[in-house]
Design a protein around this ligand. Structure first.
Ligand SMILES: Nc1ncnc2c1ncn2[C@@H]1O[C@H](COP(=O)(O)OP(=O)(O)OP(=O)(O)O)[C@@H](O)[C@H]1O
Ligand SMILES: [Mg+2]
Length: 379
């Protein structure tokens, strides 16, 4: 009982919800590693809570008076990465009109969170290893060594050990980073957490939106508890938010839940097998995926058009059908940028947030995908 209370208090202060054995182990690891300066590697599928765990480590550490700087290693263009991390001197390269401190200097005394560490280019990995080992680095365009005291926490949803085997990630950096590694299990392996998490997000949504919520029917709850949640806690959070808002004060039943769970019909095996296990060339599979995405986008646009017709009819009755047909046709012509945004969104949904697979399907590099996600503010 005393032990349970201990977890409860800590979890409340950190905002980490869950009562499963899996999440307790994670909390246990957070508590034992937080007071030290050891670097930590956090692994787990997309949306499991890697960032929230990194924040918890910093919050419970003696460095909590200073800031934790989060850097997404995949989102920064390769050519700028080192100057962002280590800073640069004035005139170090075209456009470097003034000296700029890098994240390591800014995080001195605090923590740096290197998210998507698997995206770090090999040449930058060497420099990261040096900061990790000695705290030393050089600003771009300077020969002077600088020293900082920064605690490093890294995260990835990629299999770094297999990247090491394929020479895509330095072995020495890998071992240095994973001095302690915390693996966060996917939600489907800790189903006891689903209801408490749901309650938490429900209360949050109700409070923020000032809406009424009538609750779920028992069979709706059972679907939620048995669903495989490929997008993990992020997917659960988004689901709760949309269902609460769309339920319009009515009790949510099984059918409503089913229609709002994106991957309800898909078996987990089929999902993890896409697109590789299919006995077709990767090219062909990708092309099919893009066609499918385009097709369902078409369906959505038709649905939107129908809604618009309805709205228009409500506002302007009687309506001159011919005129409206013209207007709605014009609406179908979307700015290319909007189409691109929708396509990127769709690919991210299709691959449950797996950026590598989404980038492959869109035939763009992962770095370009990161840039587009940021640009279009897609989570
Ligand atoms: N145990 C938890 N309790 C409460 N909220 C959680 C928990 N785990 C995750 N969340 C919430 O779920 C969302 C996703 O978590 P987070 O961003 O930490 O995941 P991630 O593993 O970093 O995902 P990605 O790999 O996509 O970057 C966030 O809004 C976070 O606050
Ligand atoms: Mg993250």
């Amino acid at each position: 009982m005393v032990v349970l209370n201990k977890y409860k208090k800590i979890q409340e202060s950190l905002g980490i919800i869950g009562r499963s054995e899996g999440i307790r182990e994670v909390i246990e690891q957070i508590m034992s590693v937080a007071p030290t300066n050891i670097s930590v590697l956090i692994t787990g599928e997309s949306g499991v809570g890697k960032e929230i765990v990194a924040k918890a480590i910093h919050q419970l550490s003696p460095r909590n008076g200073k800031q934790m700087i989060s850097v997404n290693m995949g989102a920064i263009p390769e050519g700028l990465l080192e100057s962002e991390l280590f800073g640069h001197e004035r005139g170090a390269f075209t456009g470097a009109i003034a000296m700029k401190k890098g994240y390591f200097e800014l995080a001195d005394g605090g923590t740096i969170f290197l998210d998507e560490i698997g995206e770090t280019p090999l040449q930058t990995q060497v420099k990261l290893l040096r900061v990790l080992e000695t705290g030393e680095f050089m600003r771009v365009g300077s020969g002077a060594l600088r020293k900082v005291s920064v605690r490093v926490i890294a995260a990835t949803n990629r299999d770094l050990s297999s990247m090491v085997q394929h020479n895509q990630f330095r072995k020495d950096l890998y071992y240095r980073l994973k001095a302690v590694s915390i693996n966060i299990p996917p939600l489907r392996q800790r189903r006891e957490d689903i209801l408490p998490l749901m309650e938490h997000f429900l209360n949050e949504t109700i409070r923020e939106n000032k809406i009424e919520f009538a609750g779920f029917t028992p069979d709706a709850l059972s679907i939620i508890e048995n669903y495989h949640w490929p997008g993990n806690i992020r997917e659960l959070k988004n689901f709760v938010e949309s269902v609460t808002v769309l339920s319009a004060g009515k009790k949510v039943n099984a059918e409503f839940v089913r229609s709002h769970l994106k991957y309800y019909e898909e078996e987990p095996e089929t999902i993890s097998a896409l697109p590789m296990r299919v006995n077709k060339s990767v090219d062909q599979t990708e092309r099919e995926l893009i066609y499918k995405a385009l097709l369902s986008l078409g369906v959505e646009m038709r649905e939107m058009k129908a809604i618009l017709v309805d709205l228009h009819n409500q506002i302007h009755q009687p309506v001159n059908r011919g005129d409206f047909e013209d207007a709605s046709w014009n609406r179908e012509v979307q700015p290319i940028e909007e189409m691109e945004k929708q396509m990127v969104k769709r690919a991210m949904q299709k691959f449950h947030g797996n950026k590598r697979k989404a980038a492959n399907a869109l035939k763009i590099s992962e770095r370009t995908l990161y840039r587009k996600l940021k640009e279009y503010e897609i989570e």
